[in-house]
Write a protein that binds this ligand. Sequence first.
Ligand SMILES: [Zn+2]
Length: 235
Amino acid sequence: MKGQYKDNLVLDIEGRAIPLRVRRNARARRLILRIDGERDGVVVTLPHRVPVEEGLDLAHSKAAWIVRQLDRLAPRIPFADGSVVPFLGDDHRIRFDAAGRRPVRRGAGEIVVTGRPEHLARRLTDWLKGEAKRLIAPLAHAKAETLGRSPAAITPRDTRSRWGSCSANGKLSFSWRLIMAPEHILDYVVAHEVAHLVEKNHGPRFWDLVADMTGDVETARAWLNAYGARLHRYG
Ligand SMILES: [Zn+2]
């Protein structure tokens, strides 16, 4: 059964409690172990009929690797007063201002969040989502127009596995976290998903379309590979 999983397991590695999720995926050809950046833990994917115990054995046998990978993750940066977060690639310090008028405001090198302190993280997240949509929507429409297409919808999401997607019926979605990346990265991801309005696959014609709509594709892809995971460490 696809998608069936155990969510709340804990792997004990030398006294360190590491969150472990086990998923089952009938299409998986072998046991897969990967780092779960969302929980600072691990995910084991089991192919059809492989018992959970085998997955646990694999995780235990890779204990040293798991610890090394987890220690290598970028530190988590909470959305809190004083934290520094990137906005379009530029660092901004979050400043809490109980007396401010607008809920969230971006100034020179800072983002000011008002209201009750316990709502700061949610307010800032909502604002970033809104900013992402405000920037991405006109960009996607303009690029789609050059292809004679029009996206059916544009939605910000918080998916960890991909930066954007294009559904069969032409709905585009994007990770709102792209608003933290430099603008040319965001531009590339938008071009990529818009190109899928025409070409569903990743063949040479697809990449030609992407290249026509954005700057240096290879640089953007390399950036996402190197730094993309970091965007998930904020908030
Ligand atoms: Zn694609």
